[in-house]
Structure formats: structure tokens, C-alpha cells
Design a protein. Sequence first.
Length: 325
Amino acid sequence: MSSNPVNAAYDYASAGRLSDAVAILEAAGARGNAAAFAELATWYLRGDLIPRDLIRARAVLRHAVSIGHVDGALLEIALTATGSGGPANWSAALDLLRVAARNDPVARAHLDLVEAMALNDRGYPTALGRTEQLSDDPLVARYPAFLSEAECKHIAHATIALLAPSMVVDPASGRQIQNPIRTSYEALIGPTREDLVIRAINNRIAALSKTTVEQGESLTILRYAPGQQYRLHLDTIQGTTNQRIATVLLYLNQGFEGGETIFPSLNLSVLPKAGDAILFANVDPAGIPDQRSRHAGLPVKSGHKWLATRWIRARPLDPWNWTPS
């Protein structure tokens, strides 16, 4: 058995002795091993080795941070902001970030970005800026300079290590296969990675779309290389009881060729410009999927196109218990 408590815990877990594995991590944490407490917190968050318990995860993580776990501090901030294991609390998350920023350059960079935003005490924007109405029915609107250059870079950098080919479930086999419609690379920013910068941007998207932040799916980052595209499609989901009523696209870069977003039924083509946002409705006033909102991301001709997508549902959804389409 390994002398490292985290490794020893995994040895016990692989042997089916999960209660002993948890006890090892708890005992090591009580002796001041911050990494053991942080690891146990991730077990409670993942819910694969032991049942998911967000409240317990937050409590264990608080112990890990209190005895010096730096990365655990950023995770605690994200969970506090998103309301995982307790009420969402922007002010408390911001206080935690200020503490972490004293010694952690990553937290300092996050704090600098947040403090550069015009936010109220709930982390929402005090203003949204200019709107360009591109279509009234169905609604398509552009928000120039919705994101700053630094915010665009932050979103892209947050997912570089997570990018993987876009996948979809094959209805015949039930297996994950490469998405034949979306040929990009993608990554999700879920509740454990929703730092305060991302949370503030998601709040901004909620204000833009006149919805609650809880109605938004996890922010999805897409990277398109030359030849990659998102073929003509509608963002609604067949058979769902909680429909995607709207979509917000965030263009994160420029300097590439191609990649326009087109709406053929509206004779509309949107040229991506870094920092701009596009909002469009996916359903009609009765909540029925609107075929006129079918759109495509044309193939990239040269360079790389970076895009963030936030699909907005009709009602709030649990970020821990939903499946992307």
C-alpha cells in the first residue's frame, strides 16, 4: 500500500473498499494534508467512486483551502459563485477571490478582470452597450464589443487543455461518435471551472437575453480549423421538455478567413468580429421551433476561429445533471 494517502485511497477504492479509502483521506486531511482534503472534495463532486454530495464537497474543500490548498481556493470560488452545494453568492465568492489573489497570480489575474467590469453587487452588468437589430422576426441581434479583448482571451485559454473533437450520441448504437454536423473541437466550462470571470460573463448573457443565469447551459467553446464548419441546423432539441429557446454566440477572435454565421431563410450573413455577441431566438412566441432560425457556420478558409456558445433553455436546469445534445 502506498505511503501517499491519495494513492493509498485509490488503492483501497480499486479494491472496492470505498469507506476505507474515504477514511484515509479524512485522516490525512485532519493531520494537515491539504491535498488529501482537496482530493476527497473532488470525489464528492464527481460522484463516480462515492455518491455525489455537493454540500459535503464544499465543507471538505473549505478545510483544504483553510490549510493552504491554492487550487482548491479557485474551485471553492467557482462553487460559491454558481451555487453548488449552497446558495449562489457573488459577494462571498468575490471576497474569497480577493483573499486568494494575495498569494496566487492566477487568482490575481481573475480579480483584475472582474474589477475591470462594470458590475453591480450581484455580479450583473450595470449596462449592456449598443444593440444592432439584424432581424425582428425571428429575433437576431448583434452586440458589438460585448466582450473585451482580455475577456475573449480568458475564455479561450480556460479551455485549451480540454478541447476535443465535437461528439454526439449515435442513436443506433448509443455510442459517442464524431459529430457529422459540427466538425469543430469543443470544450465545456462546467460549474467546477466557472470562475468569477466566466460567471460574470454568463450573468451578462442572462441580462442580454432577459433570462436567468440558471437557464443557460454550460458555456461551450468551439475551435474551427481550416475546412471545419457547423452545417445548417436548428439549435432546438427534438422531444425535450425544456427547450432551447435562444442562443448567444460570442466571437472570441478574428484574423481568419471564412467562418461567417449565415441564416439562409433571413438572407442574413454575420461576419465574426472579436468581442461581438449574437443573440437569436430558436422558437416562435408559442414555443414552437422556428425553422427560419436555421443557421450555419461556414467553413473556415484559413486561420482558426474561436467561438463560445451559450444555449438558453425555457426553464432553469441543474448544471450537475444534464446531458449536452
